[in-house]
Design a protein around this ligand. Structure first.
Ligand code: ADP
Length: 804
């Protein structure tokens, strides 16, 4: 419709004089045959112009450049004539020169304005229309030469030409069916071909575009809001370049003409891609709508796919079908919200196995905050996950083993948990018996019963993986069945068993305790597998933990047996001592009874010699009875058959009461006794059994007397002091200036029957039970007994008892 109209206009050759409001052009306006006058602003639609062949503009008006551009954009066939005075000619030329998009503008002085000028304009317009209609039939290469143009000032074209020359990006004009009409210098440089070789061929062909072959569709998409991404091939280059294509549709006669700009992104992208290809991570980029348009080399290497498999949404094929819905849901949510995406999911490798990848996708924004791309990375976290799982399994194993005590418990736990931790199908654990050296299978799992029954022991010298591990102390890992080094070849005797079990891999490990091989453990796997270094370490850790648990169980069992044994022996001894003392006391009492009767001359007079002898019999009897009483009370203490009558008692009073019992011996030996107890009314009251405390004190005082030479001093002291648990204690000291006790004996003198120098004590009496009894008694009353001593200087015994 518009075309028809225009043709009519051309023949009518109408001219319109456009006046701006309040124009001062009246001086020249009346010379023109004004068919129509109108006020035109840049907002007016094109319908007005479509009817006319030329327009006159007053160049004195500040807005004339904008009007000229408006007219040209509405219809490039209308000739714009700028009317200007000689004074303004230079300035008008200047403003036209620097204002692109005006098309041809004629300059005319008011004196030129008239029918001749407007008619000529109308004639040129007609010719131009004619030219445009015929041009498509002309040699395209010649279109740039137009005879009519030479005579006219093509000021804005010159400006555009200059601009095109300096623009660093290739710029083309393309006709409606996609053929190149012109190319700028940057295009010639990039494609290394002169303009005339480029011009005339199809856009996709000339540029070597590989991802689009339909020129018009490419132009249309490049004219959209976002540029079209193109991959193209420069002649002679051995790799693809990438760029973005932008197109603007212009009217040129009745045909569409496109202005096209190519931005070569290859170098920019190459840098990023080189980086992306150099990193170990899988990486890719996607369009704002999530369509993935590029993957790095690692992606293809890992997945074993091709770009054609992967383009767009093809990545779904390497996802786990069970996880994919969630991945899609979350990825779509990110695309919708523009928020970054992070998730760990499995991706299938070229070998068909899945590994876990931590995936992060971040949006890239333009200056307006719109997403231009998504950049994604997938980092292999499988190793990390596996090692974390291994640590967890080892921990579970350690925890299970920590609570086992007996060898059987330990073996059960090792087998059950070890099987689980190792992910194996069978396991067995064998121990070397310390005495015979035979290797006995302690526990096993995963074997059919008949096999398990058949193999109860192992001969470590036989050629078996476990035997080898045990003799060498080194782990044995078997990954290959056949071949020179295959385990079927190396251990032919076991082939039937392995065949039956379907075994494809074996790990045999020595169990080491303190560097000695105490046993071995083995795992077998039905799945073919290999043992990576960190897996070997993992198996060694399992073996180490198992060995420790077994060793601990052995020690525990041995200790428990020994303790039981000792307890029994002790009980028997105490029983024996109690019985014996009791049996001995009866005849001893009979001896003293009868000797007393004789001494009291019941059976007749006794001579002095006889009395002396009888007195010595009495002393010996008393001593023997003392010994037997000691033994008996110790045996009772040991047997836990002593009763305490604990009550608040005054310590000073107890000390005074034992005083007369020990004084005679001291006096006889020339030893002085000093008692330092707090004076009344500061009585020190303790919770104790009065008789037992007296027994302790007598014992300590007699020891002090026994082991102190003539002229020495024995001092009894009494204080109070804070004891354990903040409970205050009474502290009773029995110090002497005697022979002292060697440091290495300070502990053992409290053990029963221990005497520092038995030959010495034999001359000084004693059984070596006094201190053992005393300490047991002190402890039995919630206190304790300690000693400090220095050989040659003296000893200091301290009794502590809780205050009442
Ligand atoms: P006994 O005095 O009957 O031998 P005890 O159990 O009372 O048995 O003492 C054990 C040993 O401790 C003594 O044989 C002696 O060697 C040493 N002993 C005990 N008291 C003293 C002391 N006050 N000075 C030096 N040695 C002592």
């Amino acid at each position: 419709m518009a075309k028809v109209l225009r043709n009519e206009v051309a023949t009518k050759a109408k001219t319109v004089l456009l006046l701006e409001a309040g124009a001062s052009a009246a001086s020249w306006a009346d010379r023109v045959d004004i068919i129509e006058a109108a006020q035109l602003s840049t907002d007016d639609n094109s319908s007005l112009l479509e009817n006319y062949g030329a327009v006159l503009l007053d160049a004195a008006r500040p807005s004339f450049v904008a009007l000229a551009r408006h007219v040209h954009q509405q219809d490039p066939n209308i000739q714009v004539i700028a009317v200007t005075t000689p004074e303004l000619l230079g300035a008008t030329r200047q403003s036209l020169l620097y204002a692109p998009g005006l098309g041809e503008v004629w300059l005319a002085s008011p004196t030129d304005v008239g029918a001749a000028l407007t008619e000529r304009a109308a004639g040129v317009t007609r010719q131009r229309r004619q030219y445009h209609r015929t041009r498509s039939r002309m040699e395209l290469a010649n279109t740039t030469v137009s005879p009519q143009r030479t005579e006219r000032a093509m000021i804005s074209d010159a400006y555009l030409a200059g601009l095109l020359r300096v623009l660093p990006h290739p710029v083309f004009s393309v006709d409606g069916i996609g053929r190149l009409l012109s190319a700028n210098v940057a295009a010639e440089t990039l494609f290394d071909r002169p303009n005339r070789q480029l011009v005339g061929s199809r856009l996709t062909e000339a540029l070597g575009i590989v991802n689009q072959s339909d020129d018009v569709r490419l132009l249309e998409s490049a004219a959209g809001e976002a540029p079209a991404m193109v991959k193209f091939h420069r002649p002679g280059a051995n790799y693809l370049r990438v760029g973005e294509l932008r197109a603007a549709r212009m009217k040129e006669g009745g045909n569409a003409v496109w202005a096209v700009l190519l931005r070569d992104l290859t170098n920019e992208q190459e840098t990023y891609r080189a980086v992306a290809n150099a990193i170990p991570t899988l990486a890719w980029t996607a369009r704002p709508d999530g369509f993935i348009d590029w993957y790095n080399r690692q992606w293809y290497d890992y997945t074993g796919t091709t770009p054609a498999d992967m383009e767009g949404w093809g990545w779904q094929s390497v996802h786990h079908p069970e996880v994919l819905p969630l991945v899609l849901e979350r990825w779509n949510a990110s695309i919708g919200s523009g928020k970054r995406f992070e998730m760990t999911f499995p991706l299938r490798g070229a070998n068909g196995k899945f590994r876990a990848f931590l995936t992060r996708v971040v949006p890239v924004h333009d200056e307006n905050g719109n997403i231009t791309r998504w950049v994604g990375t997938n980092t292999d976290v499988e190793a990390h996950r596996v090692s974390r799982r291994r640590v967890e399994r080892l921990q579970a194993l350690a925890e299970a083993l920590a609570v086992t005590q007996t060898l059987e418990d330990a073996a059960d736990a090792v087998v059950a948990r070890g099987l689980q931790a190792a992910g194996a199908d069978t396991t067995l654990i064998a121990l070397r018996e310390p005495e015979s050296g035979a290797v006995r299978i302690l526990q096993h799992a995963g074997f059919p019963k008949d096999l398990a029954d058949k193999y109860q022991t192992i001969d470590p010298t036989h050629e078996t993986p476990l035997g080898l591990a045990m003799t060498s102390g080194q782990p044995v890992f078997l990954e290959e069945r056949h071949g020179a080094d295959g385990f079927f070849t190396r251990y032919p005797a076991f082939v039937p068993v392995w065949e039956r079990m379907g075994t494809h891999a074996v790990a045999a490990l020595p169990l080491l305790a303190a560097g000695d091989v105490v046993g071995g453990m083995s795992f077998s796997f039905r799945e073919p597998r290999s043992f990576a270094d960190e897996e070997r370490d993992f198996f060694l850790s399992i073996a180490r933990q198992s060995a420790q648990a077994i060793e601990r169980a052995r020690l525990f069992t041995a200790e428990r047996d020994a303790r039981q044994h000792a307890d029994e022996a002790n009980r028997a001894k105490s029983q024996f001592l109690a019985t014996m003392s009791h049996e001995l006391r009866t005849p001893l009492n009979a001896i003293s009874g009868h000797v007393s009767l004789v001494l009291e001359e019941i059976h007749g007079p006794v001579t002095e010699e006889q009395r002396g002898a009888l007195t010595r019999v009495m002393l010996a009897q008393e001593h023997l009875l003392g010994l037997i009483n000691d033994v008996l009370s110790f045996a009772r203490l040991e047997g836990g058959r002593v009763e305490y009558h604990v009550e608040p008692i005054d310590v000073t009073e107890v000390i005074s009461s034992v005083h007369p019992l020990v004084e005679p011996q001291m006096t006889a030996k020339g030893i002085s006794l000093v008692v330092n107890t707090p004076a009344e009314p500061h009585a020190v009251m303790v919770c104790a059994d009065r008789d037992k405390l007296a027994q302790i004190l007598i014992n300590l005082l007699s020891n002090a007397t026994k082991f102190t030479d003539t002229g020495g001093t024995v001092t009894v002291g009494l204080q109070t002091s804070p004891g354990h648990n903040n409970r205050r204690h009474a502290v009773i000291n029995v110090d002497d200036t005697g022979i002292g006790i060697p440091p290495d004996k300070l502990d053992s003198i409290f053990d029963p029957f221990v005497q520092v120098r038995p030959e010495l004590t034999r001359t000084r009496d004693g059984t070596g039970l006094g201190l053992a009894i005393s300490r047991d008694l002190a402890r039995g009353m919630g206190g304790d007994l300690h000693v400090e001593s220095e050989v040659g200087k003296g000893s200091s015994f301290t009794v502590r008892l809780p205050l009442a």
